[in-house]
Design a protein around this ligand. Structure first.
Ligand code: G3P
Ligand code: MG
Length: 374
């Protein structure tokens, strides 16, 4: 919790960078438009895998002027990740057809940046699909290895490896810590483990994580104190291209925890970030304010309080997006789409949204109408 707080508090420091990033946004964001902002969930709202859904490109286009300048402040607030924010911004720009800036992209693992102060020089392991170690390096972690790299330092650590047909990408960083671990796998103890995105090889990952976590970061050695373990989110399921939901990071956490607790005297200790944590919504609000303020003419900015009257969270997962927005309270207003995890006809019973719509396009139409924006 304390770390998430720091994340939200530090956002104003980024003002200069944000200002540069949005320097092309002219002065189209006026006071009316900035009385509200929007946070879009990605999976199950804008995309299924890499396929746009629910009229998402058209819906986002409505947030820009005819000349392509942003007129409504908005961010992507996803529990997904695995690539650095600038790269995801480029991917989303291509997929959705609007000009998306890195600062608009808040991923599940974005708050891990705040842990650089604590682990920046220590050996940490990054795990998940995509480029988890590259993400952590970009955040400033100097001695980060991917799970693929780390596991490759131990002979026979995965007894099932010979049956796995895929090629393990284990030679990326070429860092000196990797070289010394290859010479002596016990030369450095793992000080923390970060799960950034959905793990790919559950059997190898659970095996090696148990090894690291039971031994104080020295697989194969005697039992010792568990190093800290961080998850970017705790989603049990998410919606991709397959008709029913897929198991997410929360499912992996349950599997790891059940196994670890069965083989170790102490229960697994961990911290999960991401929605529905209230401070994730607080940080999104801070980022939206920065986007709105820096894009507004300085004459309009002077002495002006940039508090939002309303912030809309458009999500597909009642347990994550809607629960989170409801817990965050004013000024959040939750809109639940039927394009993802939620497929019900009425509202969700346990976590009812302020509004239920079929698609994100319908959600944006509703917002612009409600805010009297043509
Ligand atoms: O793996 C991604 C998933 O857990 C959630 O993504 O965009 O629905 O928050 P999103
Ligand atoms: Mg979603």
């Amino acid at each position: 919790m304390r770390l998430l707080q720091t994340f939200a508090q530090n956002a104003p420091r980024n003002r200069r960078i944000i200002s540069t990033a949005f320097s092309t946004l002219s002065h189209n964001i006026n006071s009316n438009a900035t009385s509200f902002g929007i946070a879009f969930d990605i999976d199950g709202v804008l995309l299924h895998g890499s396929t746009p859904i629910g009229g998402s490109p058209k819906a986002l286009t409505r947030l820009y002027t005819d000349s392509g300048d942003l007129r409504i402040p908005y961010v992507f607030l996803t529990n997904g990740g695995g690539v650095p924010e600038p790269k995801r911004a480029t991917e989303l720009t291509k997929l959705l057809g609007v000009n998306i800036k890195p600062l608009q992209v808040i991923l599940g693992h974005t708050p891990f940046k705040q842990l650089v102060k604590r682990f920046g020089n220590q050996l940490v392991i990054a795990l998940g699909k995509g480029e988890p170690a590259a993400v952590m390096s970009e955040y400033g972690f100097k001695n980060v290895l991917s799970m693929d790299e780390y596991a490759s330092c131990f002979e026979n650590i995965d007894p099932l490896e010979q049956y796995k047909k895929w090629k393990i990408d284990d030679h990326k960083s070429g860092s000196s810590i990797l070289t010394s671990l290859r010479n002596d796998p016990f030369s450095h103890q793992v000080q923390a483990v970060f799960i950034l995105s959905d793990p790919v090889d559950w059997s190898r990952d659970i095996q090696v994580l148990c090894d690291i976590l039971r031994t104080g970061g020295r697989p194969g050695k005697e039992t010792s104190h568990q190093p800290p373990l961080y998850f970017a989110s705790d989603d049990l399921a998410y919606q991709a291209l397959f008709p029913s939901e897929r198991l997410g990071m929360g499912a992996f956490r349950i599997a790891l925890e059940a196994i670890f607790n069965s083989i170790h005297p102490n229960n697994l200790e961990y911290t999960s970030y991401g929605k529905p944590q209230p401070l994730v919504f607080k940080n999104a609000e801070t980022v939206l304010k920065q986007i709105a303020l820096t894009a507004r003419a300085s004459s309009q900015r002077d002495g002006e309080d940039c508090s939002f009257k309303r912030l809309y969270m458009i999500g597909d997962n009642p347990y994550v997006d809607i629960k989170g927005a409801r817990q965050a309270g004013h000024p959040w207003f939750s809109i639940l789409t039927r394009t993802g995890v939620f497929k019900g006809k009425q509202n969700h019973v346990e976590h009812p949204a302020d509004m239920v719509v079929d698609t994100v396009e319908e959600a944006v139409d509703f917002i612009l109408r409600k805010e009297s924006i043509s």
